[in-house]
Design a protein around this ligand. Sequence first.
Ligand code: FES
Ligand SMILES: [Fe+2]
Length: 343
Amino acid sequence: MLVTQQRVLRRFWHAVIPMSHLADGPKPFTLLGERIVLWKDDSGAPAAVRDRCCHRTARLSKGWVTNGEIVCGYHGWTYDRTGRCTRVPQAADQASPTGICVSSYHCEERYGYAWVCLDSPLTGIPDFPEARDPVFRQIDEFYELWQCGALRLMENSFDNAHFSFVHQNSFGKANHPKPSSAEIIPFEDGFHFHTVVPVKNPEGLRKALGTEEAETVRTMSNTWWIPFIRKLRIAYPHGLVHTIVTCATPIDDHSIQVVQFVFRNDTEEQVKAEDVIAFDRVVTAEDRGILEATDADTPIDLSRRAEMHMASDRPGLIMRQRLMELFEKHGETEVCHPAPVAG
Ligand code: FES
Ligand SMILES: [Fe+2]
């Protein structure tokens, strides 16, 4: 699946950048092949417009922010969060420029990240109740560029057949290759997936779980939101709930920005955030190693049965079916970008 060829993906929210990265000025990002620039407006809210000045095409991300508006670093033309040009310094004695604009995008802060939707949103940003539950703390884990397709990371997140292989040096039990049975419950924007998996708890990784047991059990409730967000709630017998949010934010057809944070019902005194991150880094690096060795052009052709012959491939199959339905329904969607108006 080439994400840039499916225009409807522009109508979903994607986690793009930690708000903390915007503290020292505008930052560029490429989302679904579109170059955008993000900054903080005068209220502290994130803003996003096309990263291309409509004067002489300079990247606005090379500029700076003044009074919550972005200033082009080439000749100083200034734009507000709607993309409207508010100032042309070379004609500052004239009335405000009219009709000069760059494309702007829906942009909101949630969970400490700037989220962007390039066109009119079809759904909202997924709600994670843990974020407002005082029992949970949030730990920001990874903000990494991976060379793989977004759908590959999503299907991997629901593929219980890989634990005994990809994760055999961490939590996977090499002698238990047959995945546990799972229940899948669809809802409008995705599906829930429930399963129970016995896992290893190797010595070097026990700190992160806060238990010394050599083996334990994961009761997993995993949720997929169309197209590229999942939340994996893992409950352990000793009471720990480790909930991982992973966004495979599509940069282009072959690369993603992995945005991952967790919610935990323990405290920093019980388990240090750095130990939590160290554990998930080991596991995530194992996934990354194999996913970057897959074909990023994920086939969405449902007739290609070789990719879905096992019961554990069913979540991936359902993802593709749901995406196919989406693409068919919105296949003719025409997205209009206002042409830049010459100054
Ligand atoms: S290119 Fe941006 S102000 Fe000239
Ligand atoms: Fe994995």
